[in-house]
Design a protein around this ligand. Structure first.
Ligand code: FES
Ligand code: FE
Length: 451
């Protein structure tokens, strides 16, 4: 018997077969595909850089990553948010080592080149003696991220000068973010807490799960439910009760879910708010009134969503009732099989103390912060699914994403739901149409220009 060659083990093209709902396991651990992904996905898409609330004044900065490119995001003296590659033009050292702070300038710790918050090289030690005053400093500023826009207090950047504007990239996702997430009517979102963790999982498992994998909840998170610790604060009962529109696939691989429509949800929130005090009643009532104004021409009146992912790696989880905040996720790829997850607990500035306290307790204890039950349930599974893409036998078997295939947009009892005016492909809670959209767009980017 002749030995099996490497090509015997290769997955048949295409890597993503949306028509059959199949995705090659190679895309979760193949080093060559990962390198291509860094260029074609993270080098071309609009990427979340963090909440603008972290940069209230000129000179404020945070550091982050765009794919594996380290960046400084800062507010310049004119008040504009800008982003620069965090790499000295002399010998590449990171010019800013901190996660956040306030600075007039960034001085490289190697030889002392100094850059201002507009990215200009303003200081070169021993300029006369070392360079004979013959160094073109104007040519040696920090590389600026060419496209940067702020959407509802969320900062996004893009390396591709030819990319469409952010609003066009977000498409229907922008419609939902604007109405149901960023909470402008409640003063916009503010950062209540942050946390970070490393995991041995490919970034796509986290992102596609947030885009629309309600199917895993009863099993992977079954312990939390059986222990009864989700309780009335989670809104899970709403999802159990509502079998209508739920997961929404949007253009450019974006997806969201937990969509609940109707006045009944508001009335349930209001009943709970009454147990939390008059401030909370006022908060819920104000949100609902503003929401109705913004949805005046949308018959379906969406009230909450509970999860979503802005392609490629900005996820949000929470929502579910007007009484919860959001956990924002930025899932940084750290090699084909490793990720670093950054999380922010975001709450509307107008949230009363009772709402803030309940949200913090929930996300820390049972929820989606690193030490929460849900996060540990998920992270452990994503590590195992990633590992399954490395085993020589297992990696020959594609993953199955066929749930609801050829049934997109339909669900039992659909007739009773009015989804008029809702952007995207709206489907039931048990369907993988959001993931199919995620991987279809991923494949279009990664395989662009291939023969
Ligand atoms: Fe930054 Fe030399 S590497 S000054
Ligand atoms: Fe989960």
């Amino acid at each position: 018997m002749s030995p099996r060659s490497a090509s015997d083990n290769a997955m048949p093209a295409p890597l993503v077969d949306v028509r059959r709902g199949l995705v090659s396991r190679r895309i979760f651990s193949d080093p060559a595909l990962y390198e291509r992904e860094l260029e074609q996905v993270f080098g071309r898409c609009w990427l979340f850089l963090g909440p603008e609330a972290a940069l209230p004044a000129p000179g404020d900065f945070v550091t982050s990553f765009m794919g594996e490119d380290p960046v400084i995001v800062c507010r310049d003296p004119a008040g504009r948010v800008r982003a620069f590659l965090n790499s000295c033009r002399h010998r590449g050292n990171a010019v800013c080592q901190l996660e956040r702070g306030h600075a007039l300038a960034f001085t490289c710790g190697y030889h002392g080149w100094t850059y201002n918050t507009e990215g200009q090289l303003t200081g070169v030690p021993f300029h006369a003696e070392a360079y004979y005053d013959d160094l073109d400093r104007a040519e040696l500023g920090l590389l600026e991220v060419p496209r940067l826009e702020v959407f509802g207090g969320l900062i996004f950047g893009c390396w591709d000068p030819a990319a469409p504007p952010l609003a066009a990239y977000l498409g229907g996702m922008g419609w939902y973010l604007d109405r149901l997430v960023v909470a402008q009517e409640l003063g916009g979102l503010d950062v209540a807490a942050t946390t970070r963790y490393r995991t041995r999982g490919n970034w796509k498992f986290l992102a596609e799960n947030a885009a629309g994998d309600h199917y895993h909840t009863p099993t992977a998170h079954g312990a939390a439910n059986r222990l009864g610790i989700r309780g009335a604060t989670s809104g899970f009962e709403y999802a159990q009760a509502d079998w209508g529109p739920f997961e929404v696939a949007l253009e450019h691989g974006h997806g969201l879910g937990g969509l609940v429509t109707g006045r009944e949800t508001y009335e349930r929130d209001l009943a709970r708010a009454r147990t939390m005090g008059p401030e909370v009643v006022e908060y819920v009532t104000t949100r609902y009134a503003r929401l109705q104004e913004r949805l005046a021409d949308t018959p379906s009146k969406p009230y909450v969503i509970s999860h979503g992912n802005v392609f490629p790696n900005f996820s949000f989880v929470g929502g579910q009732t007007a009484l919860r905040g959001w956990v924002f996720y930025l899932i940084h790829p750290k090699g084909p099989t490793d990720s670093e997850v950054w999380q922010w607990l975001m709450l509307p500035r107008a949230a009363p103390p009772a709402v803030r306290a309940a949200a913090l307790t929930q996300f820390r204890r049972e929820g989606h912060f690193a030490a929460g039950m849900f996060e540990q349930d998920d992270a452990e599974i994503f590590e195992r699914t990633t590992e399954s893409t490395r085993s020589p036998r297992a990696r020959e078997l594609p993953f199955h994403y066929g749930m609801g295939l050829r049934q997109e947009g339909r669900w039992p009892g659909q007739e009773g739901w009015d989804i008029a005016g809702l952007p995207g492909l709206v489907g039931p809670r048990f369907s993988e149409h959001n993931q199919r959209g995620f991987y279809a767009y991923w494949a279009a980017l990664v395989q662009a220009g291939e023969p």
